[in-house]
Design a binder for this molecule. Sequence first.
Ligand code: ZN
Length: 352
Amino acid sequence: MPVGTVASVKGVSQDILEELGVQILLGNTYHLYLRPGVAQVRQLGGLHRFMAWPRAILTDSGGFQVFSLNDLRKVTEEGVTFRSHLDGSTHFFTPESAMEAQIGLGADIIMAFDECTEHPASPQRARESMELTLRWAARSKKYFEQHKTEVPWATERTPGPAQTQALFGIVQGGMDAALRKESAERTIEIGFPGYAIGGLSVGEPRPVTREVVEATLQHLPADKPRYLMGVGTPEEIVEYASLGVDMMDCVLPTRAARHGLLFTSEGRISIKQVRYASDPGPLDPKCGCRVCRRYSRAYLRHLYAANEVLAQVLNTVHNLSFYLDTMRAVRHSIALGNKTQFLAGGQSRAKS
Ligand SMILES: [Zn+2]
C-alpha cells in the first residue's frame, strides 16, 4: 500500500496511481483528523469521493502518529491526550473517538485503536501496554458494531443491505514472542476480519523484527488478511510475503524518492551523484515504467540538482512502480507455488 498521509500520495496524481496498478492506498487518521477534519471529509462524501479515488483505502487508527509525533502525549485507561504538530492545540483520542473518526472518513479497512509499545520496553511495561491494547480493541469493536452503518457511503454504493467497513485488530506485545502469541490469541477471541502486526520498525534490529513477525504470524489465521504495519525495503517485503504476510505499507518508496534515492533492479541509486550527470541510459533498464521508458539518468540527475518539482514526481512514480512490480512478481510466484524462489526486482537481490 502506497502511503497517502493527507489523502495524497506526495507528488503523484490519482490517475497515474491507477495507471501504475495501485489497488489500495493508506491514509493517516491523525493527519486527516487535524486537517482538513473528519466532519469536512464526511460532508464531502468520505475519503473516496473527496480525493477522487474509487479503489480501496485503509486508514490507520491514529495511534502510531500520536505515539511517534508527540513527546507530550499522556496515556490513561480512557485514551491519549496529545498536542497537534500543526498548531500545538490539545486533542484527546479514545478507542471510540478513533472509530468515530475512521467511520467518518469512510475508508474500506479501518484499524482498532492501539498503543504502539516503545522500544526498548521492560517485560512489565510490554505486558501492561499489550493488555491496554486488548481492552482498547474490545472497545473499538463495540463502538464499531454500534455505529458501522454511519459510514458516509453506507446506503449509496449498491442496492441491498447497507455496506460497511472492515475493522482489523492489531497485535502488540513488544519484542517478546510469548506476549505476541498471547496478544494474537486474545485479539482473535475478540474477533476481526483481518489482523495486523503492530509495534515493529520502532528502532529494533532487523533480525528481531523478523523473529517477532514469524513468532506472531504462526498464531494468526491464514485464511484472514495478515497485515504487517510500516515495512519495508523491497527485499523485506519479498521476505515477509514469503513468510505469509498479505499486506504491508511503507513510506520508504515515496519518501526515499523525494530524497533522490531510487530502487532499481541493479540496486539502489542516489540520483544526485555527479556520475549520472552525463549518463544517457534509463534509470533502470529492466523497468517498464513511464519514467524509465522516457527519461535518462542525466535528465533525472539534472532535475534533482536544479531542485525541480518534476524530480520528486518522476522519482516517486518510478519507486512506486518498482515496489508494485515487486509485489506483482511475488503474487505471480505464489500463484506458481514457488513462493521462496523470488528475489526483489524480479532479477537479483538489490545491492544495498
Ligand atoms: Zn521505472
